[in-house]
Design a binder for this molecule. Structure first.
Ligand SMILES: Cc1cc2nc3c(=O)[nH]c(=O)nc-3n(C[C@H](O)[C@H](O)[C@H](O)COP(=O)(O)OP(=O)(O)OC[C@H]3O[C@@H](n4cnc5c(N)ncnc54)[C@H](O)[C@@H]3O)c2cc1C
Length: 637
C-alpha cells in the first residue's frame, strides 16, 4: 500500500495557502446536498460540526455523554499555545514550528506542524470573538504563561479551566447550528462500527445507550473526533469514559493505525495511592512556571520537606537542564523523575513521588498571586491529598496522559479510507513522539475550525456519491457484527468484572510498555495480552441487559477493544528499536540517559494495517523528511 501524505512541497510558509487554493470548492447550493457524520463533540469534533453546519452542510453529530459539552476536552486545565508574541519575547510562527518539531523528537511531518503554528493565530482570534474569557494583563491584553519545551510565553489560559472555557465556545457555536436545524445532535449514542461501501466510508453503526437500539446513519463522509486512548493503561489522567472504540473499529475496517506506542506520560500528577484507585489526577504543567521540582540529595532522607535544608535538596531539572529548568518537555521531566525515584530518592510513603514546591514563588510574589494563577488546582490537590500545597510542597509523579498515536491521516486529515477523516487526539498527525504542553487544544481546534472544513470540500467536490440506504449489505453486515459483539459479551456470564480485566491489562501495559520499555518486557507483555483477552471473552461478567442504560455493557465493549489495541501498542514499541520522545527503550539511550534516536532506520511514521486477530498486522512506513528543522540530539541544557 502506497501511503501518500499529500504533503505540499515548496516554501513551507506558503504551503497551506497554496494547497488550500488547489482544493476544489463545493458551492453553497451543493453543500446542502451533502450529509457529514461527525463523531465526537470535544474541541475537535465540536468545532468541526459547528463549522461544517455554518458552512451549510447537513451534519449529524454524535457523542456518548448526555450533552456535547461534557466531552473530555472540558478537563483541560493549563492552556492553549499560539505564536502571537504579545510578550515580545522572541516568539514567532517559525519558533512554534521549530519547538514542536524538536519537542516531538523529529517524528512528525514538517508541513503539518508549520500549518498548525500558522493557524494558532486564528484560533485565538476566533475564540476571543466567541467570548472565551482568557486571562488578561492589567493593560487589557491577553496574558500568557510558559509551558514545557519553550523559552517563550505563548500559552493562553483561563485560570485552570482553559478546556472548559474553549469547549463552551465551541458548544455555543454547535448549539447555534443545532437550533438552526443544520446539525442534528445524537447524545448518549455510541458509534460501534464504520460502514465502508465500495472502499469509501459512508456511515456508522451506533447504539443508543439509553434504549440499546442499534441504528445506522449514512452520509457522504465520516469524521472521527473521538479523542485519545490513554485509558488502555487503566490508570490515566483521561476522563473515565475516554476510549478507543471508534478508531479501533475503523481500524478493523481498514483504517491504518499510526505510531500506537507514542504515549505521553505527564510528569505532574498526583501519585497513585492504592490498588483500588480507578483514576489519576493531573496537576497542570502550568504549575512548573512557578513550582520547583526537587528531591532530597541523599537516599533514604525521610525528613519532612521543610526540615531539609537548601543545601541538601537536589533541584534535579534545574541542575541538569539549566536553560529550560523546570520547563523541560514532559518526556524529559518524567524520565528524570523516574530516575531519581529508581535511585531511591523518591519521597512520600511509596517513594514514588518528587516534590513540586511553591515556597520560593510564594515568598517572591505573595500567596495571593499564586492563588490567582493556580487557585483551583491548589484546591483540587488539597481535596484529594488532605495536604495544603501553600504550606508544604505538592508530591507528584508521572502518569499516562495523552496519546500521540492514532489513526493515520494525510495532510487533508483523511485516513487511507476515502471519506474517513480523523481529527484531534484521535489522529496521529502533528506531535511526533512527544506532544508539547498546551498544544493538544491548539491542534484540536486547528483541525476542527480551520483545516477539515477546507479539505473535506475537496473530497466532496471530487467524488460521486451513489445513493445508499440502510438495506445495503455492508450496513447489514456492520449492524449484525455490532449486535453479535453485544450478544457475546452478555452471554459470557463469567466470574470476573469488566474492571478487573481492565485493571490487569493496565498493569501489564504500565509495567512493560510504560515510561521505560525493553525488548524482553515487551515480548512478555505480548505473550500475556492474548491470554488475558481469551480469558476475558470466556469469563467476563457483564451485568444487566442490552435494552437499558447499561454501563457495564458499555465498558465491556471498550475494554474488549483495549485488549486488542494493547497488543498492537506493544508490537509497535517492540518494532521501534530506538528511543524517541515518550517512547523510551532502555536499550537505546545516550550515556547521559537521554533518548537515543536512530534516524537512519526509524525516521518514519509506522502505520499498521489490521489483518484479523491472531494474524500479524502489516507495517506500512511513511518516511519523514526534514528540510527546515534538521534532526539533532534534542538538548534542553
Ligand atoms: C486532565 C487533562 C488536562 C489537559 N490539559 C490540557 C491543556 O491544558 N492544554 C492542552 O493543549 N491539552 C490538554 N490536555 C489534552 C486535551 O485535553 C485533549 O487532548 C483534547 O481535549 C482532546 O480533544 P478531542 O476533541 O480530540 O477529544 P475529546 O475531548 O476526548 O472528545 C471526544 C469526543 O468523542 C466522543 N466519542 C468518543 N468515542 C465515541 C464513540 N464511539 N461514539 C460516539 N462518540 C464518541 C465523546 O463523547 C466526546 O464527545 C489535557 C488532558 C487531560 C486529561
Amino acid at each position: 500500500m502506497e501511503l501518500d501524505s499529500k504533503s505540499p512541497t515548496g516554501p513551507i510558509e506558503t504551503r497551506w495557502d497554496r494547497h488550500r487554493f488547489s482544493l476544489k470548492l463545493v458551492n453553497p447550493a451543493n453543500k446542502r446536498k451533502h450529509t457529514i457524520l461527525v463523531v465526537g463533540t470535544g474541541l475537535a469534533g465540536g468545532s468541526a460540526a459547528a463549522t461544517l453546519g455554518e458552512l451549510g452542510y447537513n451534519v449529524k453529530c454524535f457523542c456518548f455523554q448526555d450533552s456535547p459539552r461534557r466531552a473530555h476536552s472540558i478537563a483541560a486545565q493549563g492552556g492553549i499555545n499560539a505564536a502571537k508574541n504579545y510578550h515580545n519575547d522572541g516568539d514567532s510562527v517559525y519558533r512554534l514550528f521549530y519547538d514542536t518539531v524538536k519537542g516531538g523528537d523529529f517524528r512528525s511531518r514538517e508541513s503539518n506542524v508549520y500549518r498548525l503554528a500558522q493557524i494558532s493565530l486564528n484560533i485565538i482570534d476566533q475564540c476571543v470573538a466567541q467570548g472565551v474569557p482568557f486571562a488578561r494583563e492589567y493593560s487589557g491584553y491577553l496574558d500568557n504563561r510558559s509551558f514545557g519545551g519553550a523559552q517563550v510565553s505563548r500559552t493562553f489560559y483561563a485560570r485552570g479551566q482553559t478546556g472548559q472555557q474553549l469547549l463552551l465556545g465551541a458548544y455555543q457555536a454547535l448549539e447555534r447550528q443545532i437550533g438552526a436545524g443544520q446539525v442534528q445532535m445524537f447524545p448518549r449514542t455510541e458509534m460501534l462500527d464504520l460502514v465502508v461501501i465500495d472502499g469509501k466510508a459512508r456511515g456508522i453503526v451506533t447504539r443508543n445507550l439509553l434504549t440499546g437500539k442499534i441504528e445506522s446513519h449514512l452520509g457522504d463522509a465520516v469524521v472521527l473526533g473521538t479523542g485519545g486512548y490513554g485509558n488502555v493503561f487503566y490508570l490515566s489522567t483521561n476522563a473515565k469514559g475516554s476510549n478507543a472504540t471508534a478508531i479501533w473499529r475503523a481500524h478493523r475496517r481498514g483504517a491504518l493505525f499510526a505510531n500506537p506506542c507514542f504515549t505521553q506520560i505527564h510528569p505532574t500528577c498526583i501519585p497513585v495511592s492504592g490498588d483500588y484507585q480507578s483514576k489519576l489526577t493531573l496537576m497542570s504543567e502550568s504549575l512548573r512556571n512557578d513550582g520547583r521540582v526537587w528531591v532530597p540529595l541523599q537516599t533514604g532522607d525521610n525528613r519532612p520537606p521543610n526540615k531539609i535544608p537548601e543545601a541538601e535538596r537536589d533541584y534535579f531539572l534545574e541542575r541538569k537542564y539549566p536553560s529550560f529548568g523546570n520547563l523541560v518537555p514532559r518526556d524529559v521531566a518524567s524520565r528524570n523523575a523516574k530516575q531519581v525515584c529508581d535511585d531511591g530518592r523518591g519521597v512520600g510513603e511509596t517513594g514514588l513521588a518528587v516534590y513540586l514546591d511553591f515556597r520560593d514563588a510564594i515568598q517572591r510574589l505573595g500567596k495571593h498571586v499564586i492563588k490567582e494563577r493556580y487557585g483551583n488546582l491548589f484546591d483540587m490537590y488539597e481535596r484529594i491529598t488532605g495536604e495544603d500545597p501553600y504550606n508544604a510542597p505538592m508530591r507528584i509523579f508521572p502518569a499516562i496522559h495523552y496519546t500521540m498515536g492514532g489513526l493515520w491521516v494525510d495532510y487533508n486529515l483523511m485516513s487511507n479510507l476515502p471519506g474517513l477523516y480523523v481529527i484531534g487526539e484521535a489522529n496521529f498527525s502533528d506531535h511526533g513522539a512527544n506532544r508539547l504542553g498546551a498544544s493538544a487544544l491548539m491542534q484540536g481546534l486547528a483541525d476542527g475550525y480551520f483545516v477539515l472544513p477546507n479539505t473535506i470540500g475537496d473530497y466532496l467536490a471530487s467524488n460521486k456519491f451513489d445513493r445508499v440506504d440502510t438495506s445495503h449489505a455492508a450496513v447489514r453486515d456492520a449492524e449484525s457484527q455490532v449486535a453479535g459483539i453485544t450478544r457475546k459479551l452478555l452471554a459470557a456470564k463469567g466470574t470476573r468484572s469488566v474492571d478487573s480485566y481492565h485493571r490487569e491489562l493496565g498493569k501489564i501495559m504500565w509495567e512493560y510498555c510504560g515510561m521505560a520499555r525493553n525488548a524482553e518486557g515487551l515480548k512478555y507483555a505480548l505473550s500475556k495480552i492474548p491470554d488475558l483477552r481469551e480469558q476475558f471473552w470466556r469469563d467476563v461478567k457483564v451485568l444487566g441487559t442490552d435494552e437499558e442504560l447499561n454501563q457495564s455493557l458499555e465498558k465491556a465493549g471498550r475494554v474488549a477493544d483495549f485488549l486488542e489495541l494493547a497488543e498492537l501498542t506493544c508490537l509497535d514499541a517492540l518494532d521501534r528499536n530506538e528511543s524517541c520522545g515518550g517512547h523510551f527503550r532502555e536499550e537505546y539511550q545516550t550515556p547521559e540517559g537521554e533518548a537515543a534516536r536512530d534516524d537512519e532506520r526509524y525516521s518514519y511514521a509506522a502505520a499498521w494495517e489490521f489483518r484479523g486477530i491472531g494474524n500479524a498486522p502489516v507495517l506500512h512506513k511513511e518516511p519523514l523528511t526534514f528540510e527546515y528543522v534538521h534532526p539533532a540530539q534534542r538538548s534542553y541544557k
